[in-house]
Design a protein around this ligand. Structure first.
Ligand SMILES: [Zn+2]
Length: 441
């Protein structure tokens, strides 16, 4: 009996002892939830995330969604644990590395997403519509969708844009961090050596926006310059999304939205529109000003370390592998304390206050930020914590379901409705060129 008690005592205290030894820094005991039914509310929602960069892992690392997470943020286990219903996988083509082969790389990434659905037909459904998301959810399958991140993928061709739509792409971020020939990016707008448009969009850029409206492809204004943002909002007939941007009032990153921009997204679309949605990015340097400042401060050191690494490889006539560069960057990032998850909730809360409960959603940027995510927010398995934290702050079950995915579904439906209207109207184009014409250089 005594032995058993002793054993039991050891058994119970050993993990705590081990934890005490291995823990790097003391964690405060987690706050007790004030919302006991938060788990049920989360389970009742159709949870949609509008941005994950996993396709590069599929293609370059042969990562399979059924694999363990490894250094990544998203896999089937975590998707099921966190009740994630749908993910918009980002089709992102690195502009310098793939110069001259943007379409080629775009198609390979699209194929990589479809291959995942083909490999796991019992768990993943490739879908292209709001109804598709809902049907997959009813069938207890994870819905995989796609968004293109960066208009350079269309190589100045509306034909390519239409074909990407035909392949199932349902949003396009007009630019990534690089300006293209027809739209400007917040990433290089201050760089005078790069040519920019006069008004945020060229005439061809306006045609792209119009053609996206006509096709029923959501317009994503994350990453664009402020001028491109406003120019796009003036001409779009459908509401827009910011697939992975947070609030600039809380963290001063050009990738985040000012309060005025948040209100503009909420009012985007035609006169009868219910408005767009801003999907909050979890990236620590967009969430926390302190993290951002610390990250910026050590940037010269990071740049030097990366340059040294590249030089070492070059000396051997080789190119430094991206995985190794990422690992190096990550080791620097790990020196900065991660912001608390509550700061993500602060962004959601701020956007609700400024733009309204109908205009905020989730745009994690999982697998796109070198693991620089707030404490306790490492994968979709942690998404129920967001619901719990929202309810702790007084958000109702209905409010939570809107934020978790309902708002995005509403915008997606409206974008499709506008598309039907435009196709029926057969009205003159934004510019005098027809979208079926080749762009004039
Ligand atoms: Zn991005």
């Amino acid at each position: 009996m005594r032995n058993r008690t002793l054993f039991l005592l050891l058994f119970l205290t050993l993990p705590a002892l081990l934890l005490a030894q291995t823990a790097v820094k003391p964690h405060p005991s987690p706050m007790k939830s004030k919302s006991p039914n938060a788990a049920a509310v989360h389970q009742s929602a159709i949870v949609i995330d509008t941005h994950a960069d996993t396709p590069q892992r599929f293609l370059d690392e042969h990562f399979d969604l059924a694999d363990p997470l490894g250094s990544g943020n998203l896999n089937l286990d975590s998707i099921h644990q966190g009740n994630l219903a749908a993910e918009f996988f980002s089709i992102w083509v690195e502009p310098a590395l793939y110069k001259g082969q943007y379409a080629h790389r775009t198609l390979e990434l699209i194929d990589a997403v479809k291959q995942q659905a083909a490999k796991h037909p019992d768990q993943i459904e490739f879908v292209t519509s709001p109804e598709g998301i809902e049907q997959a959810h009813r069938d207890q399958k994870f819905a995989a969708l796609m968004g293109i991140e960066g208009g350079h993928s269309i190589e100045d061709s509306l034909a390519l844009l239409r074909q990407y739509y035909a392949l199932g792409v349902r949003y396009m971020t007009l630019t990534w961090s690089n300006s293209n020939n027809w739209a400007d990016s917040s990433g290089d707008i201050d760089n005078t050596s790069i040519p920019h448009t006069k008004e945020g969009l060229t005439e061809f850029g306006k045609d792209v926006v119009y053609e996206m409206n006509r096709l029923g492809m959501m317009i994503d204004i994350s990453h664009v310059s402020d001028r491109t943002f406003y120019r796009t909002l003036v001409i779009t007939r459908a509401p827009v999304i910011a697939s992975h941007s947070s609030a600039r009032a809380l963290c001063d990153a050009p990738r985040n939205m000012t309060d005025d921009m948040l209100r503009a997204v909420a009012n985007s679309g035609g006169p009868n529109s219910k408005g767009g949605v801003v999907d909050v990015n979890f990236y620590s340097a967009f969430v926390s000003q302190a993290y951002r400042d610390a990250d910026k401060a050590q940037q010269p050191e990071v740049d030097k370390a990366v340059a040294d690494l590249k030089a070492r490889y070059k000396a051997e006539g080789k190119e430094a592998p991206q995985a190794e560069i990422d690992k190096l960057k990550r080791s620097f990032a790990d020196r900065i304390p991660r912001p608390p998850l509550s700061m993500v909730i602060d962004h959601i809360d701020h956007i609700v206050k400024v733009a309204g409960i109908d205009h905020v959603g989730l745009g994690s940027d999982f697998d796109g930020v070198d693991g620089q995510l707030p404490e306790g927010l490492n994968s979709p398995a942690d998404l129920p914590k967001i619901t719990e934290a929202l309810m702790d702050r007084g958000y109702s079950a209905d409010d939570c379901r809107k934020i978790l995915g309902g708002n995005l579904l509403r915008v997606f439906r409206e974008v499709e409705a506008v598309s039907k209207e435009l196709q029926a109207e057969n009205r003159p184009r934004i510019t005098d060129k027809q979208p079926f014409d080749k762009p004039q250089k």
